[in-house]
Design a protein around this ligand. Sequence first.
Ligand SMILES: NC(=O)c1ccc[n+]([C@@H]2O[C@H](COP(=O)([O-])OP(=O)(O)OC[C@H]3O[C@@H](n4cnc5c(N)ncnc54)[C@H](O)[C@@H]3O)[C@@H](O)[C@H]2O)c1
Length: 329
Amino acid sequence: MKTNKIVFFSGNDLKAILTMEKCIDAMKSAFMALHSGKAAMPLRTKLEMEADNGTALFMPAYLPEVCKVGVKVVNMNRNNPAKGLPLIHAMLMVFDSTTGVPLAVMDGEFITAMRTGAVSGLATSLLARKDAAIAAVIGPGTQGETQLEAICKVRAIQKAYVFGLQTERAQNFAAKMEEKLKIPVVVAKSADTLLKADIICTATSSNKPVFNNLHVKSGAHINGVGSYKPEMAEIPSDTIARAKVVVDQMTGCLAEAGDIIQPIQQGIITQDHIHGELGQLVAGSISSRTTEDEITVFKSVGVAVQDLITADLVLHLAKEKNIGTSLML
Ligand SMILES: NC(=O)c1ccc[n+]([C@@H]2O[C@H](COP(=O)([O-])OP(=O)(O)OC[C@H]3O[C@@H](n4cnc5c(N)ncnc54)[C@H](O)[C@@H]3O)[C@@H](O)[C@H]2O)c1
């Protein structure tokens, strides 16, 4: 007879457990593990659901250091926003890697948003100017929220601008984030407002660049999280060419990130232009920003170790707080 118990974590359970500070710390461990070969993570499997205008990603990872193996299934259904539904839905399954025993099932929507914000927070802490004070978020959606939250944890941000396609959505984002972060968050009135930004976060599902290279001031740091297909790009090729570029994972970005693939295909940069991976930066094996005027870019497509390390964090914190619902298998 089976006696295994697993714990189910709803989105609300996870909101009661996870903090951005802890997630940023967890990302440091995840990218160190990836860099030092202490994580196994095959390239994710992508399934195009053409009839439904969606993409499903199957993202496995193994982290022997925390005795966990797991997989996240994440769906991006591009018709959802028009239906009033979130773009992304996801679920995570976590197992004890020493025995294979199932441990937990968790909602993946909040974990995805937190770990995607947290990795940009980590990259920002390592790449942005120390005196960065003005932020800009392009894409007032789920990821945009955690992008702004994360950079406010690692730099003393005094004001943020938000750029959106729909004024109402941008206004709602500004009001919500102003309340949450206790800084002024202002809907940008013109494209050149971006020139004020020390840190720019792009979090859209755009196929073409969402800003003009001329609107990026010297010394700015950019986090680009939105593109996950070769035909999608948020950052102009000339900005990529002008910047020191760090990626979450080289193979992933070269296979999926239009922001990197397109300037290579256009002959504007070669692969050698990519400075390195976040794990190398965390380990100190590549340099960070070397001048105050340098433009830095962190491009992420998202990797499965981020989800698994966050799930491990959830399991630890949930025990302390007695959160989660036990289910018999
Ligand atoms: N890198 C990662 O690890 C990672 C993780 C999760 C999601 N993503 C990607 O991030 C993107 C955003 O996801 P989300 O969940 O926030 O979606 P969302 O639909 O909640 O938000 C996207 C927002 O961007 C706006 N937008 C689109 N084009 C724009 C433009 N040109 N200028 C300004 N605003 C624009 C949309 O109107 C919307 O408000 C998606 O492409 C998603 O796949 C990446």
